[in-house]
Write a protein of this length. Structure first.
Length: 573
């Protein structure tokens, strides 16, 4: 019978050979961009994918699905190893009569996700939580959050296992509303949602980000000043109890002449937000941005700072910019860029703004891709080191492949890190469109998209990206950049441990954080809320459940918003 020492040495051997074990475990992702990983190939169309982290290096993808007589909402979880974990072709979150469309998703902090959608059959915004095992947790076909002609939900975490959802209601007045739902699926605020804006003039484009204190900041555009400025950008903060905090009907973020529309929003890491938008002041087609504090005070130039005002630029307004935090109080913005349209080239550009609103890279942005033909619909995620990973669909190979998926990583200094004009994620036959992505927690990303390689209907495919721009193989083969030390899981001591390990880590801001523990099968065995510890170095004892864990190798993760870091830990007895 093996002794404790024998078990200890065996576990030490496992830990010492973790790179071998990881390489085997992470072999499911294809390395060939013509292959990729199918998440759903059910009959008819799958559309409008959205993605969130599963907190363990994998992802949960949701979409609208026409495999039946109307559109329903389905989801699938893919592990960090590239293995679909739930029912083949996805789990049904809602299959009620009528069309359910435009899903929005956020992590639930426990390996699952919360999904909101627009429900055409029932006329409301509905929401459902699915756990790490793929089991819906709330009322069958979802919990209703709204009443009336509600459209286009957006969602953010409340930091406590629930979510805050915002939407627009069109009727006698155009309301922007929000509702908080807790981890058990119970709405916490006024029935039908808290009114953030109400007016007979129209409003649209509501977008949301957590304020780090159980509330959220919502931004939208509306035409209340149509006679002088056409459309403007507004925002409102709602606290955890559902009370709006800023000017009634919203704080004016930008009321410059011309149209401002299609806002996108991200955290500033200090309880406020950075908002970017399409801007037509002066007859141009530009991008501007503004930072607003947690108290509702504009931090940058009154009408916003220019992100891109390139001469002759024609940014297509329906493909609005995207934004991600830089981890230092600023943000990175990316967009479709038409400045080279005369050369039949639609390109991908990006710009970084620091915490004071000063552009950090080349005036009017750096080109991430200026290949021939059109590159469109960029989406992005922070890389954890002050830079970002951007993905888009690309027509450079149109004659042979219709459209493909490419990506580029840009450093905090504005330097492209991968192949010139991006690396190919998918060059399969047919069209690949609408890419979305989430950080893998190891300097790379997981990307999902619509794919017609199997015929005229669209399926859902996915692919990993390593930190060096390669596909497939071990996600952990490249260490996270040293510059990511402001958010870091530094050590687990002792390791191996009999169950009383202390975890040392650092955080860049006061957003809520959580420790999670997964076993080798990818099952969540512990989730420990850390609250709002604030920036700096911290050390906590792994939760009480750890003392009862069976001997073995575990993955301990630090999760804060979209940031993630993981280390192996060994428990012995």
């Amino acid at each position: 019978m093996p002794t404790s020492r024998t078990r200890f040495l065996s576990l030490m051997a496992v830990l010492g050979m973790s790179s071998i074990g990881v390489a085997r475990a992470y072999a499911s992702w294809p390395s060939d961009p013509t292959v990729n990983l199918p998440l759903c190939t059910a009959v008819n169309n799958q559309n409008a994918p959205a993605i969130a982290s599963d907190g363990a290096g994998g992802a949960i993808v949701t979409w609208e699905d026409l495999r039946g007589t109307d559109y329903d909402i389905y989801s699938q979880r893919v592990s960090a190893a590239g293995t679909p974990l739930w029912t083949a072709d996805g789990v049904a979150l809602c299959s009620a009569a009528g069309d359910q469309t435009l899903p929005a998703i956020v992590s639930d902090g426990a390996g699952g996700a919360i999904v909101a959608w627009q429900d055409g059959g029932r006329g409301d915004i509905f929401v459902q939580r699915v756990n790490a095992a793929g089991v819906p947790q709330w009322t069958a076909d979802g919990v209703a959050l709204s009443s009336g002609a509600a459209v286009a939900p957006a969602i953010a975490s409340d930091g406590a296992g629930g979510a805050i959802v915002t939407w627009v209601v069109a009727g006698a007045t155009y309301d922007v509303r929000a509702q908080r739902v807790d981890a058990t699926g119970v709405a916490q605020w006024t029935a039908g949602g808290v009114v953030l804006r109400t007016d007979a003039t129209s409003a649209a484009g509501a977008t949301i980000v957590s304020d780090g204190a159980a509330g959220a900041i919502v931004s939208w555009y509306d035409d209340r000043n149509y006679g002088t400025t056409v459309n403007d950008i507004f925002a409102q903060r709602v606290d955890g109890s559902g009370t709006p905090q800023w000017t009634a009907n919203g704080l004016a973020v930008c009321t410059a002449t011309g149209t401002q529309a299609f806002p996108v929003i991200t955290t500033d890491g200090a309880g406020g937000a950075i908002i970017a938008w399409y801007d037509a002041r002066g007859g141009g087609n530009y991008i501007y941005a503004q930072r607003v504090s947690t108290l509702g005070v504009l931090q940058w130039t009154g009408s916003g700072v220019p992100v891109c005002t390139a001469s002759g630029n024609h940014i297509y307004p329906s493909l609005f910019p995207q934004i991600a935090p830089d981890g230092a109080g600023g943000a990175i913005v990316t967009w479709n860029d038409y400045r080279n349209l005369a050369a039949t080239s639609i390109d991908i550009y990006a710009q970084r703004l620091d915490a004071t609103g000063v552009p950090q890279w080349t005036t009017d942005g750096v080109a991430l891709c200026a290949a021939a033909s059109a590159q469109q619909a960029p989406t992005m995620v922070s890389d954890g080191a002050g830079g970002a990973i951007v993905t888009w669909y690309d027509n450079r190979n149109y004659a042979a492949d219709n459209s493909d998926i490419y990506a580029q990583r840009v450093s905090a200094a504005g330097v492209s890190q991968w192949a010139v004009n991006g690396v190919a994620l998918s060059t399969a036959p047919g069209a690949q469109l609408s890419p979305i992505l989430v950080a893998s927690g190891t300097g790379g990303a997981i990307v999902a998209w619509l794919d017609s390689r199997n015929g005229s209907a669209y399926d859902i495919y996915a692919q990993n990206l390593n930190a060096d721009g390669t596909l497939g193989g071990p996600l952990e083969s490249v260490a996270p950049p040293a510059a990511a030390a402001s958010f870091a899981l530094r050590s687990i001591e002792p390791n191996p441990s009999p169950g009383d390990a202390h975890v040392s880590f650092s955080l860049p801001d006061d957003l809520p954080a959580r420790l999670v523990v997964y076993d080798v099968a990818g099952r969540l065995v512990e989730s420990q809320a850390l609250g709002n510890l604030g920036p700096g170095a911290h050390s906590v004892q792994l939760g009480a459940q750890s003392s009862s864990l069976r001997p073995g190798v575990y993955r301990v993760g630090l999760v804060q918003g979209s940031r993630q870091a993981f280390r192996n830990a060994v428990i012995f007895r």
